[in-house]
Design a protein around this ligand. Sequence first.
Ligand SMILES: Cc1cc2nc3c(=O)[nH]c(=O)nc-3n(C[C@H](O)[C@H](O)[C@H](O)COP(=O)(O)O)c2cc1C
Length: 355
Amino acid sequence: MNPLFSTTRIGRYTLRNRFIMAPMTRSRADDTTGAPSPLAVDYYGQRAGAGLIITEGTYPAPMGKGYVRTPGIHSEAQIAAWKHVTDAVHAKGGLIFLQLMHTGRISHPSLLPNGATPVAPSAIRPAGKVFTATGPQEFVQPRALETDEIAEIVQAYRLATRNALAAGFDGVELHAASGYLPEQFLSSGTNQRTDLYGGSLANRARFILEVIGAMSQEAGSDRVGIKIAPEMGFNDVIDEKPQDTYRYLVEQLAALKLAYLHVVKTSSEFDYRTFLRPLFNGPYLAGGGLTSETAQMLIEQGNADATVFGSLYLANPDLPQRFLGRAPLNTPDRDTFYSPGAKGYIDYPALEKAQ
Ligand SMILES: Cc1cc2nc3c(=O)[nH]c(=O)nc-3n(C[C@H](O)[C@H](O)[C@H](O)COP(=O)(O)O)c2cc1C
């Protein structure tokens, strides 16, 4: 039997299969309130057959917003809107974790309260452009956080976790990849601090471990996961010794009895998924460019407990059934990944409708 269709344990839950829907920003939220769109109820509900859904990146506090029309989880209106999403997924027997994403310096004053300057571990401007309401613009130089502000951000993740549970989520995932705030702290190229949060490897990892600690105190560590993507290079983040950095981080995480570690393969020639697997004794989620065959192989060879699909799940609401029946797949339409509205969001047909 194909092991993708067998159950597996993640934290306190039994997943009905080993298909995980990857966290994916879709930019359909209300840009003023930060509440997810009513369309998100259909979008996630259609994909509830996954063993676990991880939502799009969601900001824990207004200063964590990095893209237009992305949702938050710091207000009552946001909690109420997310509740409709979790209800729809639970009504179909699914499980759903909320991904907490603070983008740090990968933002723009036009996205932040009162035109604030984005914050980061150090005042180092990222190369590249940010997508704002008026089109792409150069990144600005971020403001380095004061030491006492860091505790406030950790607290924001704590409250966001509390809010996520109030909204009915089954757990939370810390987004520690893609060059956002947690990875900005972790990486030597973006962190030049001289306080407790910079310098040594232990200091650079401190922010992530404190956030994970706060999230775990709220939800229980068995409802907290973390996503990493070593050497992704996205958003201009570089680390001098990434293998040492991620070995240390994962060794620290391993002691915490988390729901899972989610590792995404990047274009790096070094195979981090296989390198890190023996260092983490809990449930291990692997993603990044997977197909039906490579996912099955990862599980059969013991290199993952569950497999994460991004663009394929975006385009195929019934991805497990399609793999099971070796049916053709819908092609993801990049033009509608981040465009507002229903097109390319909730209109990808399921198999029976396509035939
Ligand atoms: C449209 C889109 C939006 C994404 N947004 C996020 C996000 O909000 N948070 C995150 O951790 N990863 C995000 N990703 C990355 C995916 O979670 C995943 O790691 C990546 O797509 C690789 O998996 P795949 O090859 O199966 O698509 C996004 C990917 C896509 C295609």
